[in-house]
Design a protein around this ligand. Sequence first.
Ligand SMILES: *[C@@H]1O[C@H](CO)[C@@H](O)[C@H](O)[C@H]1NC(C)=O
Ligand SMILES: *[C@@H]1O[C@H](CO)[C@@H](O)[C@H](O)[C@H]1NC(C)=O
Ligand SMILES: *[C@@H]1O[C@H](CO)[C@@H](O)[C@H](O)[C@H]1NC(C)=O
Ligand SMILES: *[C@@H]1O[C@H](CO)[C@@H](O)[C@H](O)[C@H]1NC(C)=O
Ligand SMILES: *[C@@H]1O[C@H](CO)[C@@H](O)[C@H](O)[C@H]1NC(C)=O
Ligand SMILES: *[C@@H]1O[C@H](CO)[C@@H](O)[C@H](O)[C@H]1NC(C)=O
Ligand SMILES: *[C@@H]1O[C@H](CO)[C@@H](O)[C@H](O)[C@H]1NC(C)=O
Ligand SMILES: *[C@@H]1O[C@H](CO)[C@@H](O)[C@H](O)[C@H]1NC(C)=O
Ligand SMILES: *[C@@H]1O[C@H](CO)[C@@H](O)[C@H](O)[C@H]1NC(C)=O
Ligand SMILES: *[C@@H]1O[C@H](CO)[C@@H](O)[C@H](O)[C@H]1NC(C)=O
Ligand SMILES: *[C@@H]1O[C@H](CO)[C@@H](O)[C@H](O)[C@H]1NC(C)=O
Ligand SMILES: *[C@@H]1O[C@H](CO)[C@@H](O)[C@H](O)[C@H]1NC(C)=O
Length: 699
Amino acid sequence: MQPLQFTCKKLPIPLLGCAVLLLISLASSCTEQEKNSLLQFLAGLLQDAGLAKLWQEGKDCCEWEGIVCNGNRTVIEVSLEYRGLEGSITPSLGNLTGLQRLNLSCNSLYGGLPLELVSSSTIMVLDVSFNQLNGDLHQLPSSASGQPLQVLNISSNLFTGQFTSATLKGVENLIALNASNNSFTGQIPTHFCNMSPSFAVLELCYNKLSGSIPPGLGNCSKLRVLKVGHNNISGTLPDELFNATSLEHLSFPRNGLQGMIDDTYIFKLSNLAILDLGENKFSGMIPDSIGQLTRLQELHLDFNNMYGELPSTLSNCTNLITLDLKINNFSGELHKVSFSNFPNLKTLDLLWNNFSGTIPESIYSCRNLIALRLSGNKFHGQLSKRLGNLKSLSFLSLANNNFSNITNALQILRSSKNLTTLFLGGNFMNETMPDNAKIDGFENLWLLNIDSCLLSGEIPFWISELANLEILSLKGNRLTGAIPAWINTLEYLIYLDISNNNLTGEIPTTLMAMPMLTSEKTAAHLDKRVFDLPVYHSPSLQYRKPIAYPKALYLSRNKFTGVIPPEIGQLKALISLAISFNNLTGPIPPSICNLTNMEVLDLSNNNLTGEIPAALENLYFLAVFDVSNNNLEGPILTGRQFNTFPNSSFAGNPRMCGPGLNHHCTSVEVGLAPTGSKGLVFVGVGVLYDQMVLSRYFG
Ligand SMILES: *[C@@H]1O[C@H](CO)[C@@H](O)[C@H](O)[C@H]1NC(C)=O
Ligand SMILES: *[C@@H]1O[C@H](CO)[C@@H](O)[C@H](O)[C@H]1NC(C)=O
Ligand SMILES: *[C@@H]1O[C@H](CO)[C@@H](O)[C@H](O)[C@H]1NC(C)=O
Ligand SMILES: *[C@@H]1O[C@H](CO)[C@@H](O)[C@H](O)[C@H]1NC(C)=O
Ligand SMILES: *[C@@H]1O[C@H](CO)[C@@H](O)[C@H](O)[C@H]1NC(C)=O
Ligand SMILES: *[C@@H]1O[C@H](CO)[C@@H](O)[C@H](O)[C@H]1NC(C)=O
Ligand SMILES: *[C@@H]1O[C@H](CO)[C@@H](O)[C@H](O)[C@H]1NC(C)=O
Ligand SMILES: *[C@@H]1O[C@H](CO)[C@@H](O)[C@H](O)[C@H]1NC(C)=O
Ligand SMILES: *[C@@H]1O[C@H](CO)[C@@H](O)[C@H](O)[C@H]1NC(C)=O
Ligand SMILES: *[C@@H]1O[C@H](CO)[C@@H](O)[C@H](O)[C@H]1NC(C)=O
Ligand SMILES: *[C@@H]1O[C@H](CO)[C@@H](O)[C@H](O)[C@H]1NC(C)=O
Ligand SMILES: *[C@@H]1O[C@H](CO)[C@@H](O)[C@H](O)[C@H]1NC(C)=O
């Protein structure tokens, strides 16, 4: 399911060529009345962003910017989108006797939508989308019937109220209504179909509509597009809906719909190209008759309670581009489906189901496949050499299955030169991390995840060659040896998780020189990278871009020794640092107080000594702090956000003192205490801590 993007792209405003001014027809010009109507509209604006200069008095208004006249010098079109106009829309535009098209999209217009425009006897296309218009359309007094209005786009405004049979009464010619991204309430309207025999497009996404899907929609014999995603619609798909056999795009993602997809009806919608019922409560199996929807390009059934095997008839949907079944209870093997029938398939997402068996060979015929996610199932076996056929493959997640032979997997995958995102974690149990001798390629990887595999071996040198890597997780293995000194050659790395291993040695100072963590600026090109599929951390937390990951170092639960290098103060961009459960000694270096972006700091369960540097109070964003079970001494910090941390953050340091600890500070100790300044407390994103503790990326 693609989320809608409600943004106005900034378009360059065309330069006003002098030629336009020379072309003024001397023979005739627009009438005074027309000119005045336009000037009244202008006068109603608070901010015209230079439009008044372009609309000069004395010049023929037919030559004005954004105005189109017909041969009779009658204004027929007003196109003032992306003009920076601010203010209300005066009814005067309704006086333009020949106006057919009015487009005021993407401005900052507010107030109501004048009835004169909606009920105009000439306007056919009215687009006021992407403004801040408000009011209740229901309040528009009913007008004469027979208006020519065909297209009405009021999307992305602040309209409220319900659609009743009085709303837009008399629009007998309406073909398309887009009212998405407002705050409309009540039921999905159906009366447009009855009023207007040509009604074809109804878009109501991102509102507050409720109730069930009205059976009356089945009477909309010309309805091609029905999009009501992101509302509170409940109930089942009514049988009558399947009478709307012209439907090409049926989309109700993120509602409260339930029931089954009925085998005896769905095939009637033989024109369907897009079926999106994701993020609802549908149950049951995918019906066999789905195979009769041969025009189907996108099938989204993600985040439901559906189960059973995929029907073999799915193979008849030969135009499939996207098949998104993630987060359901589907099971069985995939071999019944001939993926070779889907030459256009670009996305196959089966995340978090119960599929088993091996990856069917026929998948390797989908040469246009860009994103393949099989994670969170029970697939097993070794990867096939034919995976190398998937030259467009950019996102591959096999995580949390029972695949075996990681050496084989990496040797095969390295020929997929377009791979940017690779999740392999939770497979290959107890195998050995392949060393450098056999692995190269992967030069385009942004993300590499090989966590929770209990792999033995060392952090391999071939990783140093992944010049584009931003995110690396090797946590939950049995890797031994030291953190390699080459680590800072990964110049874009922002996220490193090597926790839960058997790594030894000191924390190398090169780790304190990671380019992306020492600079508060990130390389601009990283901003443009977008995952081909959102990466799920949990069903409710997802990352769309690699750069959205926290800048983090997770080194906990290893056998690191020595001190925390004072150079840690260089990692200015760091948001999360965890080195708990190691064997670090020495003091908490004061330079750590320079890491002012830090939200999570976990140094617990080491052998650190000395006092907590008082300047840690300057870490305003700190939301999680843990130094428990060390050998620290002196008073606990109490100022600012330190008031919000539980005593357990300091516990297990016998020589520490302070309120809430067994050991109360003596006057000498208090003398050393920090000022305890009371300042603003910034309570940071708790999500980060969940990540740190639960961190299991499923890709
Ligand atoms: C537009 O018409 C209204 C009445 O419908 C009138 O009051 C107004 O003055 C007219 N404006 C112009 C510019 O003619
Ligand atoms: C100009 O006006 C006349 C009379 O109202 C009409 O018949 C003709 O179609 C119009 N021409 C154009 C180009 O709109
Ligand atoms: C109105 O203008 C916007 C921006 O140029 C355009 O995307 C939109 O299609 C236009 N509306 C209609 C109904 O033509
Ligand atoms: C519409 O659907 C209902 C229920 O499925 C059915 O009984 C009725 O015959 C259908 N009407 C038309 C015109 O197809
Ligand atoms: C659909 O698929 C089934 C089984 O895969 C096959 O028997 C049937 O002929 C196909 N129907 C069409 C219309 O292609
Ligand atoms: C590989 O990725 C590049 C850049 O995204 C793209 O232009 C190219 O078409 C892709 N190659 C294939 C075989 O899809
Ligand atoms: C694992 O893959 C490698 C390389 O393809 C192969 O040589 C080896 O025999 C495989 N190991 C097993 C146990 O299948
Ligand atoms: C991996 O090793 C652990 C103990 O070292 C063992 O309990 C587990 O069963 C092994 N898993 C597999 C899949 O071999
Ligand atoms: C780490 O190594 C020790 C022996 O050095 C071993 O006993 C322990 O099980 C290893 N831990 C893991 C998580 O593999
Ligand atoms: C920590 O280091 C000390 C001294 O080097 C050593 O005696 C101790 O066994 C280590 N503890 C662990 C849990 O590795
Ligand atoms: C913090 O950084 C500044 C300049 O970047 C440096 O002068 C200062 O010594 C650092 N503070 C500590 C405690 O390292
Ligand atoms: C902590 O370090 C001291 C020496 O500084 C050592 O004697 C002690 O055994 C260490 N404790 C642990 C639990 O490793």
